[in-house]
Ligand binder design. Sequence first.
Ligand code: 3PG
Length: 405
Amino acid sequence: MNEELKEFMTIDDFDVEGKTVFFRADINSVVVDGEVQMKERIEENAKTIRELSDKKAKVVILAHQGRVGRADFLPLEQHAELLKRFVDLRYIDDIMGPAARDAIRKLMDGEVLLLDNVRLLAEETLQRTPAEHARSIFVQRLAPLGDIYINDAFSVAHRSHASVVGFPAVMDAGIGRLMERELRALRRAVHSIRRPCIYVLGGVKSEEVFDIMEHTLKRGKVTEILTAGALGTLFLYARGAIEPSEEEKRDREFMAKLDRAKRILELGDDKIKCPVDVAVEEGGKRKEISIESLKPRQKIYDIGEKTAKEYTEEIKKASTVIMKGPAGWYEHEAFRKGTEELLRALSSSDAFSLIGGGHTSAALSTIGINKNELPHAHVSLAGGAFLQYLLEKNLPGIEVLKKRH
Ligand code: 3PG
């Protein structure tokens, strides 16, 4: 059982009945006009919470929302209502004060209590080691009230925060079901890779994607990288297929990106593919043209049909596909075709695929592709942690959960 994750305890390794389980969830969500948006994270975390509750654990949820000082920094009252659609629970607007501690002590078997936003505590986000966080007032006050700590929040595992690393430093600890799925999928994409392994990279966050490209090329882990979106355009410049305008030449940020893309080409020119045609806008409509016919400074909104076809063929041959970032302006109906075709290629392929990045998941729902249509794919719910894992960096929240022999 759990061969691939044998250095971790899972829920199966604990008898949780009648035990107080501190459960670190990541229900951090997008906030629009003060309203917390329903997010898959809420639904997925609720599944593990329900399992624990069904097993008669007394579940205490630790979670955060937003960052201090930002508009998305909110108490967890709305999250409680959203979670209640999937699991019965009580919310308390306290974290470690007498009210919260009393509520934890009074929990009955199977009951669930959501504490308030842990980032309301200044100690939570201090950059400290697990041992230092274990000495915080937060952990010192709450840990004695619990028996087991379960972390289901892979997406916050790159943060060395008190609720992530402090509790497991002093309690029996394990990983939740969502964390199990995330770790298994990421391992298949990073450690036990079946080749050919293809990266399909797009989107606008070029710095992040550059890091991934550089890392995987240096480690010799990737068979081919298919570039699309703004990233694909940048590599077309780097290859000299598009000439930068005078204005672009004066744009330092752009030129720095271009330099980096050129250095990446030196690492694996033969492995990096660029679009051969693209979609532009003409008279308010989509028009597909070859790269050669692009006019100076003409805006590119999607990959063209030939490119989508070529990339689909490559995806068909792959055993592992890692996709991050959309191929174009998927929010606009006329320009979502490229992203849709690549995602559809994944759905009809037998390759194991890992899909990451908020925009790629958002594209899935905008286009209307259901997860059931992607039987061999894992859609990661993590952003920063996903990236760190792909770069093979140690995630403090994961390291601290490894069994101590
Ligand atoms: C996320 O949304 O990626 C996690 O909840 C982590 O949030 P943070 O970047 O504010 O730490």
